[in-house]
Write a protein that binds this ligand. Sequence first.
Ligand code: SF4
Length: 121
Amino acid sequence: MPEPDKRWTYPNAGQGAPPGVRHAIQVFRAYPVVMRQHIALIWWLLGPKGTNPYKMTPTEASYVSRAPEARSCGRCQHAYRHMATGVALCNQIQGTIRREASCNLWRRSVNKRDFIAHSKE
Ligand code: SF4
């Protein structure tokens, strides 16, 4: 078991990642353990302090707030939904997304959970 202040530091995370992502992981690791245990690293990286500089803007990706369900964010492999809050983020575009939305980076979700099925909306 790691030392108490080393918990939730994900020691192997960031290997081979771009410098900006490695820096974001270092910032995450510097937070007190009580904060790290409540912010999953993946969520941190998907958010504005992580990989945002590497993502497209919604406009660049032709994001639209409504799309046919079969091609929606809710069926896309790039979508991540926070199970506690219901907030959804994308690993391709900046900002929050809506499960009914879509963009031209859409890829069918294959092995991943479909966040439509778990939506509180
Ligand atoms: S890539 Fe586009 S369609 Fe897929 S989750 Fe992100 S915004 Fe939605």
